[in-house]
Design a binder for this molecule. Structure first.
Ligand SMILES: [Zn+2]
Length: 71
């Protein structure tokens, strides 16, 4: 959960971290759509979610912390 009282850091690392939630929600939505319109079920597709989370985590680790405001 975002803390509105904290100074909002806009470095690449923190922006990616704040995108994690929406990314997961969008991915789950897309997977449900695929499950709806293809022969795959959500049970077949859920590992994709792990891959997406992993990819975002890796991207976050690689992202620049230049201009990072530590709280
Ligand atoms: Zn930051």
């Amino acid at each position: 959960m975002a803390d509105a009282n904290r100074i909002h850091c806009t470095c690449a690392h923190c922006r990616l971290r704040s995108l994690m939630g929406p990314f997961i929600i969008i991915t789950v939505g897309v997977l449900f759509l695929i499950a709806q319109f293809s022969r795959f079920s959500f049970g077949d597709l859920w590992p994709v979610l792990l891959i997406v989370i992993g990819a975002v985590l890796v991207a976050q680790q690689l992202a620049s912390k230049q201009g990072h405001i530590s709280s």
